[in-house]
Design a protein around this ligand. Sequence first.
Ligand code: NAP
Ligand code: HSE
Length: 438
Amino acid sequence: MSLPALNLAIVGLGNVGTGVARILTEHPERIVRRAGRPVAIKKAVVRDLTKPRDVQLPAGVLTADLDSVIKDPEITVAVELMGGLHPAREVVLALLAAGKDVVTANKALLHEYGDEIFAAAREHGRTIAFEAAVAGGIPIIAAVGQSMSANQIVGLQAILNGTSNYILSEMLLHQKSYQSALSQAQALGYAEADPSLDVNGTDAAQKLGILVQLAFGTKVPTAAFHVSGIDKLEQTDIQQATALGYAIKLLATAKLVDGKLQMSVRPTLVRKDRPLAQTHGPFNAVLLDGDVVGSVWYSGRGAGQLPTASAVTADIIDLAIGRAQLTFKQLDLWGESSAVPVLPESETYSRYFMRLIVEDRPHVMADVTDILGRNNISLSSVIQPEAPEVEATAGVAQVVPLIIMTHRATTGQIASADAELAKLSTVRPGRVLLAVAD
Ligand code: NAP
Ligand code: HSE
């Protein structure tokens, strides 16, 4: 015999919200079996009531009136799937104040207003569940917040943005242009409403921040670590990396170095034979290193309607059965004193790939390597593809690509060398500087 239904509101019935409504309405027996009671969608809040929806809901469920949720005491759980910061922040605070537990997939909101929202949940004795906010369908919040809790996580390497990974895969496997791959990612529902958040690294950085808070107890703003995206990459970078035996991935990393956190999100060359390099399309992957268990690997669809809805629905079931409080409590258990300091960006280190466009004339290579040498950067390889022999035209310099792989250097050393390279008249603007994963 099951308990009375859990009455639910979905606030935002777009890509993900529709997926959640579809799972709940298409698999009612499964939900009862897992949640111990039916889950009934009482309201679904949208902006535009005239828009066609890909899910059939009973009359009266679809509404543009958020108050009909806030003021209904029978609705005990609300799912925020509007996205963005405002009015999502105000909506979530109002839902908590009205005594509802909240499920959200909104990493931007948690990153920006997490402290305020978690405090409000505590004040009102409610829970926030956010499995879908990081890595879509991969149960990574449960893994880091609960399943790995016997460990101190000492490092993580992850692909956390499905849109960027889809674009990089299309550029590599189907020679698509950056722009057409981005348009496809938008059409497939992977991208944020503002896709610049995907391609400039912000979305992955927000997700890394959430994982780091769970794993290390430290809340790190995105401004405190290096964040760059795939938006400056060209087909030639993908090809040069391939020729060197690497794939380019937007990699989010965090690791403990002498008691400090080294964190970054940036396009990174990963050796082709590593599973991270073979993670394609909208898939995400997370490699965790725990001091007890060793390495643990998670992979799955990180964006898209049903994979994300799978994680949201699991949170709803957890709330119905009383399991969702666990991760939230875990956040509470970290005190201020356990926070791990973040290594300043200039002291973080990596190997690097540099692509320069240089004038094809005597002494250019010597000038470039001199700058790197004076900054104590050691080179591991230098490639300048052979250029055709052409007659010199007065005033017009022939240019060629110059690909340099370095040994480990700090970000400070690389930045200083790059600033000097920028002043060389023989080096063209548009230098590409990518990290190389160990
Ligand atoms: P979406 O397709 O743009 O849907 C947003 C929904 O919210 C729409 O139904 C929209 O109404 C509604 N909405 C927006 N502003 C509103 C307002 N002021 N009042 C009432 N309703 C409002 O977004 P999505 O792709 O489903 O993403 C939702 C959330 O999930 C975001 O936080 C996103 O970051 C996160 N997420 C998405 C994915 C993914 O693969 N897409 C994966 C993981 C997490 P209308 O339909 O009437 O316009
Ligand atoms: N826009 C996000 C991505 C959705 O592409 O990864 C999943 O959070």
